[in-house]
Each structure stands twice: as structure tokens, then as C-alpha cells.
Design a protein around this ligand. Structure first.
Ligand SMILES: Cc1ncc(COP(=O)(O)O)c(C=O)c1O
Length: 390
């Protein structure tokens, strides 16, 4: 019998300790494991980098949740993306969503380019354009997308993009950080690999840096397993345990994130100070129908722009409840300035081209009382206006 996601969040993978029956998988801090005899392990573990029981429980959990064959846990989201990049070789080209996370762009632009792997931005929300890029350039061997893509939350049709990538024998990698498997399952939509900054919603409490990967078949699993061990950026057992614990409450947290963000998006949409708002749950947002088809909710991230007569620095300085901070997806509400924070590693001329304005504010709506969040925004907006008048 197939279980529902809310049950799987708690019971999937390896949810208890086989040895003791403990309902919380223990934190096995072992660096090495006694072997029965030469070449014979006791339970499949020999050295902590190649395998750890706490990490294995987490890896089995993300594989189940993303409906993949295998999962892998890394020291950060970027360590996970870096390891996936080892699947490519010199001469390959990777297409990336225009609004891909700044750090993903940085790895390609500042590291892998030096090893002969090139990249090109593509507006992946436009499948016709994407198909043309594939047809024109036979060196394209991979596609990295985010949907919704940070920070303007543009939507890509994952099933459509997967079909195009498959037709050209390219791997499609979906960064599912913003949605999590609770809201969106890219492998079921046709993707080959799903990657997460588990630092965000999966961990959920802003207390762990981690990356997770799930793959759709054993062939990819074998390769990622090899690279994970060879490159060695694995997630420590304590952090693996924190993630398992965080994931158990993912459903209830995301329900509240969704509810609060919808409320705040409507509040901002109707606010006289706001000139533009980006939230995939608003009916008039670009890609609304596609997002609704492929995801079970709109998530907790909203970006918006204040009208010219509001001082954005003053807005950030005036926030009291909402913290000015990098990151997203934790229980607490955060605000950030993408142009100078999350997307600072993308050159300004590219930022301008892809719509990341200097005036843009990104909110990660937390699970506090939505009225308190709205009240904090209201007083910060008021203060931002006063400064210019005086
Ligand atoms: C969409 C997305 N992918 C990947 C990353 C990188 O993850 P980490 O910070 O865990 O290395 C981030 C971080 O903000 C992100 O927002």
C-alpha cells in the first residue's frame, strides 16, 4: 500500500535503529568500523566518509520522499551541486535557468569553466527557446533548472523541459530547494537528478548547512556514490540527524509557510507602496497555471519592489520581527536584498537583464502569526516612506 507524504516524512527511509529499536536513529559518530575479517564488514560500513548509519538513514529518507532509487547527503547544497557536476566532462555545455541561485552560477563560471565545461543561461520558462538552444548546440549535455527560480520566482514546466533534455540525451537536474518533495516531485515529472539546499525547508530551523541529492536510477546512483566518496564532502552524522528530525515536521511547517505567504502576498499586492510582486500563488503571476499543475503549493518565498518614493535601506533598517539575513526556509521570517546578498555573485549587467532589480526585496515568510509578520512589514514600509519626505 502506497503511503501518503505526511506519513512518509516520519516513517520512510530507515526510521528506527535496527539494533536497539530506538525510534530516533542514533547519531553514530564513528570514523571507522571493526571488520569481521579481511574484506568482510559487519553491517556494510568500513570508513565514515564512504558510509555512516545516520547519514544512510537520511539518504534512504530523501530517496523515498523524492521517489528516486538512491539518495546522498552532502556538507552543503553547493557541495551537492559540485559533486553532480563531476558527471560532466571537458567539452560539455550546461544550460542553466536564468535566475539560478548565485552560488550555482559561481561554481560554473569560476570553477568548472576552467576545466572546459561551459554554461549558458536560458530562459527555461520558454520551452521553445530551450528546444532551440538544444537543437543548435550538440555540446549541451546538461540542464540545471529551478522552479520557482529565485528571486523572481519564474516557473519552468519541468515535464516539458525534461522531454526536451531527454530528446537530446542530456541530463536534467532540478534544484527543488524552494518546493521540497512535499510540494513538488521533479523525478516523477521526468527529471534525472534532484538537488536540495537542505539548509532551507528540509532542515527548517536555520541550524544546519546541508545538501541532499536523489537520483532516478541505479546507474546515476553508482556514479554519484563514487564521486561522493572520492571528493569527500559528506554530511556529518550530527547534521544528518538534525535533518532527519527537521524533515519529520516538514508537512506541518510547509502548510503554515504556504498559508502565511499567501496572506502576505495578498497584503503586499494590495499595498499602495508596492510596485511589483512576485509570488507563484497569485493568479495573475506568470507561470501560475504551470506551477499549479506541477506543484501542490506555492511555498513561502515572496519578492517585491517598493515604489520609487520608498527608501529600501530604511525599510530593512526598520524591520523588527523579520530578520535581515541570508538564507530562507526556516521557521523564522527573513528578509534579504538579492542584488547585494544571494545574487551578488551574478554580474550587475546579467542581474539587470534577468530582472533582479537593485530595489528588490525577498521575503522568506516564516511560521509566526501571519498578522505579526504583516504588521512588521507595514511599520517598516511606513518608515521607509517617511525618510524621503523629511
Ligand atoms: C536554490 C538554492 N540552491 C542551492 C543553494 C546552496 O545551498 P547551501 O547554502 O546549502 O550550500 C541555495 C542557498 O541559498 C539555494 O537557495
Amino acid at each position: 500500500m502506497r503511503r501518503h507524504i505526511n506519513t512518509n516524512l516520519i516513517h520512510a527511509g530507515i526510521s528506527e535503529d535496527e539494533l536497539t529499536g530506538a525510534l530516533s536513529v542514533p547519531i553514530y559518530t564513528a570514523a571507522t568500523f571493526r571488520q569481521k575479517e579481511l574484506g568482510q564488514t559487519k553491517a556494510g560500513y568500513e570508513y565514515g566518509r564512504s558510509g555512516n548509519p545516520t547519514r544512510k538513514a537520511l539518504e534512504a529518507l530523501i530517496a523515498d520522499l523524492e521517489e528516486g532509487t538512491d539518495g546522498f547527503a552532502f556538507a552543503s547544497g553547493l557541495a551537492a551541486i559540485t559533486t553532480i557536476m563531476f558527471l560532466f566532462k571537458s567539452g560539455d555545455k550546461i544550460l542553466i535557468s536564468q535566475n539560478v541561485y548565485g552560488g550555482t552560477f559561481r561554481i560554473l563560471d569560476k570553477i568548472f569553466k576552467n576545466f572546459g565545461i561551459s554554461y549558458e543561461f536560458s530562459d527555461t520558462s520558454n520551452l521553445k527557446l530551450l528546444a532551440q538552444k538544444f537543437s543548435r548546440d550538440k555540446s549541451v549535455k546538461g540542464l540545471i533548472i529551478e522552479s520557482p527560480a529565485n528571486p523572481i520566482l519564474s516557473i519552468t514546466d519541468i515535464a516539458g523541459a525534461s522531454k526536451i533534455a531527454k530528446k537530446h540525451d542530456a541530463l536534467i537536474i532540478v534544484d527543488n530547494t524552494f518546493m521540497t518533495p512535499y510540494l513538488q516531485k521533479p523525478l516523477a515529472l521526468g527529471a534525472d537528478i534532484v538537488v536540495h539546499s537542505a539548509t532551507k525547508y528540509l532542515g527548517g530551523h536555520s541550524d544546519v548547512i546541508a545538501g541532499l541529492v536523489a537520483v532516478k536510477n541505479k546507474e546515476l546512483a553508482e556514479k554519484i556514490k563514487f564521486y561522493q566518496n572520492a571528493a569527500g564532502s559528506v554530511l556529518p552524522p550530527i547534521d544528518s540527524w538534525l535533518l532527519i528530525r527537521g524533515i519529520k515536521t516538514l508537512g506541518v511547517r510547509l502548510d503554515r509557510h504556504n498559508e502565511n505567504a499567501e496572506y502576505i502576498a495578498k497584503f503586499l499586492q494590495n499595498h499602495k507602496a508596492v510596485s511589483e510582486i512576485y509570488y507563484p500563488g497569485l493568479k495573475n503571476s506568470k507561470g501560475y497555471k504551470i506551477h499549479k499543475k506541477q506543484a501542490a503549493g506555492s511555498g513561502g518565498i515572496i519578492s517585491f519592489i517598493l515604489k520609487d518614493n520608498y527608501d529600501i535601506k530604511r525599510f530593512f533598517d526598520s524591520l523588527k520581527l523579520i530578520a535581515l539575513a541570508e538564507s530562507l526556509g526556516g521557521v523564522e521570517s527573513l528578509a534579504c536584498h538579492p542584488a547585494s546578498m544571494t545574487h551578488a555573485s551574478i554580474p550587475k549587467e546579467i542581474r539587470d537583464k534577468i530582472g533582479i532589480s537593485e530595489k528588490m526585496i525577498r521575503l522568506s515568510v516564516g511560521i509566526e502569526d501571519k498578522k505579526d509578520i504583516a504588521e512588521d512589514l507595514e511599520q517598516a514600509i511606513k518608515n521607509a516612506a517617511r525618510r524621503l519626505r523629511s
